[in-house]
Write a protein that binds this ligand. Structure first.
Ligand code: AMP
Ligand code: GLY
Length: 436
């Protein structure tokens, strides 16, 4: 059986690895020459840009008799690659363009939640002009978040007190969005601890994965610019140390309700990975955002712990017969190696040198790097490699991850070593205790 993996980061490297582990053949569509994907793929199609190469992706799938395509990143989902492949009879793990709006339109998601009486949103309003913007921000007492209503490479969300230091800052950001023809949502700023809960969805059934916490800020102590994610961890009980049973159950229920709401409103139902980005607050679990795909780095934690054959899970999703999905009862910690300055001004000359002894402690998945003709691996301005380890508890997994990292050397590289260290986890627990 031939599977197609679309995307070329560490998330797609581990997706391809789990598929190969399942005994199927992997073909891939890549936008950088990821050495891991190149090694695992029977054949690959290198493209510069999804938008310009949709037709080539379809022909590549047809020529290679693809039984199932797994879409990793949001861009091809936003462009409707699932719809195009489905029309040609190629089943896809990843929602259609209409349902991918759960990620591509903040307003779509907030309206879907309210229309279905899912009371998990902060106070919000959608805007397509400056009418009422200043009034609404003032009504929220300056505790607000502005969200561009579309994909902006993770840069469309600006939070008061972090990026917008006054009501006037908010108003001027909104007028910038109006100038570029954008619409946006303004919502109340929530306080609490963020976590992700991803679920496999086959259109009707929903199978939850363990809860994960990502670290979006670039530097230790959760400071600096937002990034794609610097690292993530899961706990052996599939919850997180700062969550109670109620929080986890609420998040699971929200994903289940959203999958049903999408099934009721749109015939096909949602087939793919439903990624809920939640915040545990003093007032229960609230939804920050949905994504229509696996999180990255979270995919490293989840697919490492997956204890059910991944190709069968994918076929269950596309055929609408998803069975129970199991995960090992272990903790996991993933940390990314990135070029110094990633998030603002990434070093152009970062290098990584991998000593294979890392394998005694960790697995490594390549991200935005390129295998050159000389055999050398060069970095780009984005994340370079994810190191993932497991252990019987978070501390053991974190120590294994650091041991793995110690075998990776190079120039101008950076790792957030504080991720999953006991003091950072305690800070999260204390924060939640204070808020509850
Ligand atoms: P995103 O780029 O959509 O992942 O959002 C970036 C970050 O903005 C999230 O991870 C949160 O930290 C923050 N954020 C988004 N919405 C809210 C909210 N309503 N209250 C507080 N923080 C938020
Ligand atoms: N981990 C954040 C994301 O995948 O969007």
């Amino acid at each position: 059986m031939n599977f197609l993996v679309i995307g070329s980061g560490a998330r797609e490297h581990i997706i391809a690895q789990r598929l190969v582990d399942s005994g199927v053949s992997v073909f891939s569509v890549i936008t950088n020459r990821n050495p891991g994907l190149i090694e695992l793929s029977k054949e690959f199609l290198f493209i510069q840009n999804y938008r310009k190469n949709l037709k080539e992706i379809v022909s590549f799938s047809q020529v290679n008799d693809i039984a199932c395509a797994v879409i990793g990143p949001e861009d091809p989902l936003a462009l409707g690659l699932s719809d195009i492949l489905l029309k040609k009879g190629i089943p896809v793990v990843g929602p259609t363009q209409q349902l991918a709006q759960i990620e591509t339109s903040k307003g779509f998601t907030r309206d879907l939640l309210s229309a279905n009486n899912l009371d998990v949103s902060p106070r919000y309003k959608r805007f397509n002009s400056m009418n009422g913007v200043k009034e609404f921000i003032s009504e929220l007492s300056g505790e607000y978040v502005v969200k561009y209503d579309g994909l902006m490479g993770g840069k469309g969300v600006k939070v008061s007190g972090e990026h917008l230091m006054s009501i006037d800052d908010g108003v001027s950001y909104c007028s910038e969005l109006i100038k570029i023809g954008g619409t946006f949502v303004i919502e109340e700023k929530l306080h609490g601890e963020e976590f992700s809960l991803m679920s496999f969805c086959d259109g009707s059934s929903v199978e939850h994965m363990p809860a994960v916490q990502d670290h979006k800020r670039a530097y230790e102590g959760d400071i600096g610019p937002n990034t794609g994610g610097m690292g993530s961890y899961t706990d052996s009980n599939h919850s997180l140390p700062f969550l109670n049973d109620n929080d986890l159950n609420q998040a699971r229920e929200i994903n289940e309700n959203v999958s049903s709401a999408l099934k009721n409103e749109y015939e096909t139902g949602y087939k793919g990975i439903l990624y809920g980005g939640f915040m545990a607050t003093s007032n229960g679990v609230k939804l920050i955002e949905y994504n229509a795909r696996f999180g990255d780095p979270e995919a490293m934690n989840l697919l490492t712990l997956l204890d059910t054959d991944f190709a069968s899970v994918c076929m269950g999703i596309v055929e609408g017969c998803l069975d129970s999905v199991k995960f090992r009862s272990e903790a996991s910690v993933c940390k990314y190696i990135v070029p110094k300055g990633y998030g603002t001004k990434p070093a152009k000359d970062a290098t990584i040198v991998v000593n294979d002894s890392y394998r005694d402690y960790s697995d490594l998945y390549y991200a935005a790097v390129n295998l050159e003709e000389t055999g050398e691996i060069t970095t780009t301005s984005s994340r370079a490699a994810a190191i993932i380890s497991t252990g019987s508890n978070i501390t053991e997994a974190e120590e294994n991850c650091e041991s793995g990292i110690s075998y990776i050397s190079g120039n101008n590289i950076f790792v957030r070593h504080d991720i999953a260290k006991p003091y950072l986890i305690q800070k999260r627990i204390d924060n939640m205790e204070k808020l509850r």
